[in-house]
Design a protein around this ligand. Structure first.
Ligand code: 5GP
Length: 204
């Protein structure tokens, strides 16, 4: 059985706090896109630490993605790969998309495992923003995406992120872990038990 490691709300809060300075220095986001459901809580906590006095709060938009095994024509025993579908997305025709143009956008999720989800989110958001720029005649404006996750698992990744994002420091993980299973507090049915397990099996 895979060993599970438990992370508490308190630890999540502190990971966001510890990463906020680096994110502000490297990237200064104008808005966040949280990938649901694991990205919601980290994005909200991070927002408190990214706020500068006198400045408005950084808006948070939500998207939802779900992974499924691609069975090809359906007659194969083995899945031929993992696919991603959008369960929630930004409204392409509305101000939501136009709002992204020319901004520094921080995509937030809880964990980078195989990187399939993040690859999809970055690629599709970049594509949709470019399309919106074309439609609105705003091609000259540069939109920058960056990524924040609480945990990055150190393992061979199936997905990839743009080379310039990795090279320019626009990818930030609070913690790099081994390939373990991480239990987050928002998944817990019994938070006291979860916190007790976090004492027995802490991640760091
Ligand atoms: P990906 O493989 O695309 O990087 O991650 C897909 C999703 O799988 C993540 O957003 C997360 O919801 C889930 N996931 C992957 N690894 C873990 C883990 O260790 N713990 C939990 N709770 N979810 C995980």
């Amino acid at each position: 059985m895979v060993q599970k490691y438990y992370v508490t709300y308190n630890q999540v809060h502190k990971l966001c706090q510890q990463s906020a300075d680096a994110i502000l220095k490297q990237f200064r986001p104008h808005l966040m896109i949280a990938i649901g459901g694991g990205g919601y809580v980290p994005a909200r906590i991070l927002r408190s630490f990214l706020k500068s006095p006198g400045e408005p709060n950084i808006p948070i938009q939500a998207i939802g993605l779900s992974l499924y095994e691609d069975l090809g024509r359906g007659d194969a025993e083995e899945a031929i790969g993992t696919k991603v579908t959008r369960t929630q997305w930004l409204d392409l025709s509305s101000l939501e998309m136009a709002n992204l143009i020319g901004k520094n956008i921080l995509i937030v999720d809880e964990v980078d495992d195989t990187r399939t989800t993040l690859e999809y989110a970055v690629r599709e958001l970049e594509k949709d923003v470019l399309e919106a720029q074309k439609q609105l005649g705003r091609e000259g404006e540069k939109t920058n995406f960056s990524v924040y996750v609480l945990h990055n698992k150190n393992k061979p990744k199936k997905g990839s992120l743009p080379t310039d994002m990795m090279e320019d420091g626009r990818y930030h993980a609070s913690v790099t872990t081994d390939d373990v299973w991480i239990c987050y507090p928002w998944e817990a049915k019994d938070i006291d038990e979860h916190d007790a397990l976090a004492k027995e099996h802490p991640l760091v």
